[in-house]
Write a protein that binds this ligand. Structure first.
Ligand SMILES: [Zn+2]
Length: 218
């Protein structure tokens, strides 16, 4: 093959959308311990009782080591900019998620419970890669208005620099199965977070070319 032809073949390969290019790089979206595992209402963790390790303490919450390191840098940079970000909820075990979900089912019934918390085995929090954040003041904690607070604005503007994405963006409920959660950060690593920021692809489902997951299959 001549150099020119090889160059043409390479550039044809580059025409593929980012999600294909990335998938071809070999990210593991299926294994529970993968830093790029994709969990949603169609993709239950396997095994359902998966426990990540090692888990590291972050101001009273826990995250997997890589996510914890990134989170600490993220929060430190925020503080240097005058924004006090606090962790609200990090790792949750299968049994903790079961208690949370069951309490919602008892209070509101299953249909409403499904809009409030993931079913056990379907929560990103069980991967140790997700953190719900808040403001030190408590303003708009776990509410959509969090997006307009200092911590919410910081997360949207700078989270990607540390490898985090806003996992449930506004207007993507038909894809992610969740309404806007500007407080829920998911660690995916800097390469993917940067690429999603650069390309404007809002969800992991779209980025990796996965099917939409608006509801549980059963
Ligand atoms: Zn969350």
């Amino acid at each position: 093959m001549t150099g020119a032809l090889a160059g043409l073949v390479l550039s044809l390969g580059m025409i593929a959308p980012p999600m294909t290019a990335v998938a071809a790089q070999g990210y593991d979206l299926d294994t529970a311990s993968s830093l790029q595992v994709v969990v949603n209402k169609h993709r239950q963790l396997s095994p359902t009782g998966y426990v990540p390790g090692p888990l590291v303490a972050v101001q009273g919450e826990r995250l997997r080591l890589q996510a914890a390191d990134a989170y600490k840098q993220f929060a430190k940079a925020a503080k240097a900019a005058g924004v006090n970000v606090l962790p609200i909820s990090g790792y949750r075990s299968f049994s903790q998620q079961t208690s949370l979900y069951d309490s919602y089912v008892r209070q509101y019934g299953q249909a409403t419970a499904d809009t409030l918390a993931a079913r056990p085995g379907y929560s990103e929090h069980q991967t140790g890669l997700a953190m719900d954040i808040g403001n030190a003041s408590g303003t708009c904690a776990l509410q959509a208005c969090f997006a307009n607070t200092p911590a919410g604005k910081w997360a949207a503007a700078h989270g990607w620099e540390y490898g985090f994405v806003i996992r449930y963006p506004a207007g993507a409920e038909a894809t992610t199965g969740y309404t806007y959660e500007p407080w829920h950060l998911r660690y995916v690593g800097q390469a993917i977070a940067l690429d999603m920021h650069r390309t404007g692809v809002a969800t992991l489902e779209d980025y990796f070319g996965l099917e939409k997951a608006p509801d549980y299959l059963r």
